[in-house]
Design a protein around this ligand. Structure first.
Ligand code: FAD
Length: 399
C-alpha cells in the first residue's frame, strides 16, 4: 500500500504531477492517495523531495507450500519439424546461470516423437540432465497433452524454476501447466536473475503498456514459472565435452488423452529469413517523414542484404506492413547489426532491439533516447545520412 507520511509531506505537488494514473491529489497542502486508482508503480515515491511517500510491502500469505522441497531449474525444450527451436538454447544459456547461482542442476524437458537423438545437443548447450518423453502420440503438438505431461513431471520432481519460450507453442500450454500446479506465471520476461537470500527468481518484464519495467516475484508458490520471447536471451556455444544424464520417461495413457485431434498439419512457406532471423536489420521510424523516403531504407537494406524493420509509427502509417514492426507488440530481434533511422527510442521499441550486438542510430535530435542505447550515434537528417551510407557502400563494392 502507498503510505503518505503527513509530517514530512509539504504539499509541493510533485507526486500529483508525476502520477500518470491521477491517483494522488494535494488537498489542504497534503498528498491524498486514491487507493482504488493507485497501481503502486512507485513513481511518486521516486519524485518526492521530502521522502514522504513509501510503499508498504504486504506480507506474503502462507500458501502452505513447503518451498524447501522444490529444487532445480527446468527448461522446456521446443522441438518442431525435425529441429530444436533456437529459443531452447537461449533459455538453456540463462537457465545455466540461474542453476549455478542456486547451486542446483539444470534439466531440459524434451517432448515429441523421434526426439531422443536431440537430447545430447541440449547437454552441449548447458543442461546437466534431459528428461526425454518420446512417444508417437506426441508427433503433433497438442497443448492439453503437453500440459498434462509437464505438470505431471513437475509434481513428481518439484523443480523450483520452469522456463519456457514465449512462442505460439509455449503460450498455449505453459499457462495450463501453471494453473494445474497452482502457481504463478510471468510471461514475456526480458531479464531473469536470482535473489540469493531467499532463492527468489526476479522476473523482469515491461508493464503498464511498456512504460515501466516491473520485477515480479512468486514468493509463496512453486515452481516459479516464466516465459521469454525468442532472441531476448543469449545461447551458449555448444560444448561437445559436456557430459550429462539422459532419462527416458514414458507418459501414461491418461496424460496422452486430449479433446483435440490433429487432422492435418501444414507448414507455411516463406521467402528468405524472417525479420527475427536477419543478421542485419535496417529500421525506419517516423523521422523518415514520408513513404517516398522509404526508398532509401529499402536501397540500403538491399545493399546490406538486411531485413527491413520499423517502429510502430511507420507500420501505423502503412509505409511498411505490420510484420515489420519491432518491439513490444511486434517482433523481438537480436541481429549482429541494427540500424535505426528517425526512430526516437521509445521503451516499447527498445525492448525489441536491446539484444542487438551493434546499434547504429541516426536522429536529428541529439537528446533522442535511442542514443542512450546506441553503440554508434549520428546526429543528423536521415535524408542526408542515408544517401551517404548508400554511396559509400556502393563505392566500397565498386557498384
Ligand atoms: C501499448 C503500446 C505498445 C507499443 N508497441 C510498440 C512496438 O511494438 N514498437 C514500436 O516501435 N512502438 C510501439 N509503441 C509506440 C511507441 O510508444 C512509440 O510511439 C513509437 O515507437 C514511436 O515511433 P518513432 O520512434 O518512429 O516515432 P517518434 O517517437 O515520433 O520519433 C521520431 C524520431 O525521428 C526523429 N526525426 C524526425 N525527423 C528526422 C529527420 N529528418 N532525420 C533524423 N531524425 C528525424 C525525431 O527527432 C524523433 O526522435 C507502442 C505503444 C504502446 C502504448
Amino acid at each position: 500500500m502507498l503510505i503518505v507520511d503527513l509530517e514530512k509531506c509539504i504539499g509541493c505537488g510533485e507526486c500529483e504531477s508525476a502520477c500518470t494514473f491521477d491517483a494522488i491529489e494535494v488537498k489542504d497542502e497534503k498528498a491524498v492517495v486514491d487507493l482504488d486508482t493507485c497501481t503502486m508503480c512507485g513513481t511518486c515515491v521516486d519524485v518526492c523531495p521530502e521522502e514522504a511517500l513509501y510503499l508498504e510491502k504486504e506480507e506474503a500469505q502462507d500458501s502452505g507450500v513447503d518451498l524447501d522441497q522444490w529444487r532445480g531449474v527446468w527448461v522446456t525444450a521446443e522441438y518442431r519439424f525435425g529441429q530444436t527451436a533456437p529459443v531452447t538454447f537461449e533459455l538453456l544459456g540463462k537457465g545455466r546461470t540461474i542453476a549455478d547461482d542456486l547451486g542446483v542442476k539444470l534439466t531440459a524437458v524434451l517432448m515429441g516423437s523421434g526426439v531422443k537423438e536431440h537430447a545430447p545437443e541440449l547437454i552441449q548447450r548447458g543442461a546437466d540432465r534431459v528428461l526425454v518423453v518420446d512417444h508417437p502420440e506426441l508427433e503433433n503438438f497438442r497443448d492439453e497433452v503437453f500440459a498434462n505431461i509437464l505438470a505431471g513431471l513437475a509434481r513428481k520432481e518439484k523443480p523450483e524454476v520452469i522456463l519456457a519460450g514465449a512462442t505460439a507453442m509455449g503460450r498455449s500450454y505453459i499457462p495450463q501447466v501453471a494453473t494445474r500446479l497452482e502457481t504463478g506465471l510471468t510471461a514475456d520476461c526480458t531479464e531473469l536473475t536470482v535473489r540469493a537470500e531467499d532463492r527468489a527468481l526476479l522476473q523482469t518484464r515491461p508493464a503498464f503498456g511498456g512504460n515501466l519495467l516491473a520485477t515480479i516475484v512468486c514468493p509463496s508458490h512453486r515452481p516459479q514459472m516464466s516465459t521469454v520471447r525468442p532472441h531476448v536471451l543469449k545461447a551458449l556455444e555448444p560444448d561437445s565435452s559436456r557430459q550429462g544424464e539422459i532419462v527416458e520417461v514414458t507418459p501414461s495413457d491418461d496424460e496422452l488423452t486430449a479433446r483435440v485431434k490433429v487432422v492435418e498439419s501444414v507448414v507455411e512457406q516463406s521467402e528468405g529469413p524472417g525479420l527475427a532471423d536477419s543478421e542485419i536489420v535496417v529500421a525506419a521510424g517516423r523521422g523518415m517523414e514520408n513513404e517516398k523516403n522509404m526508398e532509401l531504407i529499402h536501397e540500403l537494406a538491399s545493399l546490406l542484404e538486411a531485413g527491413v524493420g520499423a517502429s510502430r509509427a511507420v507500420t501505423d502509417a502503412e509505409w511498411l506492413p505490420h510484420r515489420a514492426q519491432i518491439g513490444q507488440t511486434g517482433v523481438t530481434i537480436s541481429p549482429k547489426l541494427y540500424m535505426g533511422f528517425g526512430i526516437s527510442g521509445a521503451i516499447q521499441h527498445v525492448v525489441g532491439i536491446q539484444g542487438s550486438e551493434i546499434i547504429v542510430a541516426v536522429n536529428k535530435d541529439p537528446d533522442a533516447p535511442i542514443f542512450d542505447l546506441a553503440t554508434f550515434g549520428i546526429v543528423g537528417d536521415v535524408k542526408k545520412i542515408l544517401p551517404l551510407f548508400i554511396k559509400r557502400i556502393r563505392q566500397e563494392r565498386g557498384l
